[in-house]
Design a protein around this ligand. Sequence first.
Ligand code: PMP
Length: 370
Amino acid sequence: MTQLAQRTQRIDASGIRRVFDLARSLENPINLSIGQPDFDVPDGVKKAACDAIGAGHNTYTPTQGIAPLRRQLLAEEKAFTQRDWSEQELLVTSGVSGGLFLALLALVEDGDEVIIPDPYFVMYKQLVRFLGGTPVYLDTYDSDFGIDPDRLAALITPKTKALLINSPANPTGRILSRSELEAVAAVCRKRGLLVISDEIYRHFAYGPMTSMAEVYENTLLLAGHSKSYGMTGWRLGYACGPAPIIRAMTMVQQYSFVCAPAVTQYAALACPQVELGPYIDDYRAKRDLMVSILGEHFKLAPPDGAFYLWAEAPAGYTGTSFVEKAIANNMLIIPGAVFSERDTHFRICYTVPDDMLRKGAELLCKLALD
Ligand code: PMP
């Protein structure tokens, strides 16, 4: 038997795989587990993709991304973050996952620590471990899922490589306010610490949204098109940050992904014509609907953005045992232990039609009262 690399032993996909295995066994479940938008790619963007294929834009692109997309993204980032990014500070990636992978490959060495607020997006913990680093969890449960700056300061050691934040967050939907980000920046500035800021949900903000890059110079920003344009399968994202880090990421991309998908890059040139307002309004209304029904029976994290709700399992249940009960009643939700070192909560994704949402919320309330 060929021996697998030791690093494969360090990652574990069992939690989420179990849920998806169960999903396959259910017939027409109320499925509140899928972490993606329910709208299709807008027509103008689809047409741009077809036109790109027709025009023969089917070959490799420069590793950094095609020039018109780079110009577009630099202008967008300048407007969003109020910073004058240079050419050397941008790399087009294969999704935010691609950006995250390149960033961590370029930064994390054996024994390095990466501070990750808990709960966290699943990939963070697994990738840091895969690359030989140690995730150091910053508990946020008793700070309303925000970041307590003193707790952050206490976790920083000489081995700390970066703080990895996500706002609006998956799984909580929490947005870190400008003043919270400023407090985080003050701690990081004092220690010269890089912040990797995953802002993939930045457009799904139901209140004010500040980018970490606005308040802290040493930020590596990761953003992308998957969620905003229903393009999860098209694999497009980008990284904006300190030139030496972008340079290293570009080098790694050259020998791995090569470039982000060409067709998708050309299609993304049509994204600025898309009016995102209606999609955001739709999800805001779904959030309000869920909060109004579930808020009566569950303790919820403040859902400021993204399209998730993070709810505490009722008394007497762990996150996992409550999810098992939901699954026994033909509903799929995700146990909090997939996103956390604790097993006290569950995650709902509300990007489904309102009738299913209502049915799901009512069933959850019924289960909580059982
Ligand atoms: N970051 C977060 C917080 C996410 O929730 C996701 C997708 N679920 C990603 C990154 C990866 O997105 P992409 O499709 O751009 O790779």
